[in-house]
Design a protein around this ligand. Sequence first.
Ligand SMILES: [Mn+2]
Length: 266
Amino acid sequence: MNHPASPVTTTVPRFEELVAPSHWRTVDFISDLHLQASEPATVAAFQQYLEGTTADALFILGDLFEVWVGDDAMSEPSSFEARGCALLRAAAQRLPVYFMHGNRDFLAGPAFLAGCGITGLADPTVLVFGGQRYVLSHGDLLCLDDVDYQRFRLQARSAAWQQQFLTQPLATRRVQARGIRQESEARKQSGATYADVDSPAAIAWMQAAGAHTLIHGHTHRPADHVLAAGLQRVVLSDWDAAALPPRLETLRLSSAGLERLPLAPK
Ligand SMILES: [Mn+2]
């Protein structure tokens, strides 16, 4: 096979593999809901979606939550995290739910997964469905031009950084998270442009994984890109039920291929 030359700009990661059981007819992918107490319409849309979906499995590819400051936040009975977990737990009784970290909820840990009855998914993972291979990723790792973020990501994913962050009192962590969010909001307002997925790196990943399709979120730029002959990059939509028009969408995989399904707001 003749592959286009792709400069190796990043180390190709190790790919976990998940083979879909043969009884799965449809799989849904969602990401970037950025669930938060201040956006109740999106939370309601998520609940409505979970209660109504006919998918045989749900894959959440990161940034389900706007922020996750530690699994102990779930133990506060009336916390937003406890509520989010209850929604997931109810859904997980009907269908398998898989959760991949995003750059906002990367601190969601084993207690979160166990408490919600959902399964963690490594980034990246290859899903084998109907004899085809799909690379699943949040997508942040592929935004190579975002050099400052890549540096932060490396640090924040280390055991030492996480241990140090998590030893602080919950209230302190919540305050810190608010500060980081305000900074990011200010950056957005300033019109700063965000890096997009690096095409050569995405191609390198797909070739290494033996896959024809990469499905990711993170960039909030939903589109289907053909990167090279037979290689496509499919970008999930973020969710915002209060936007005009609302952004609520799932990507559904079946034997017919991939299809974007708009969801009706409540
Ligand atoms: Mn993200």
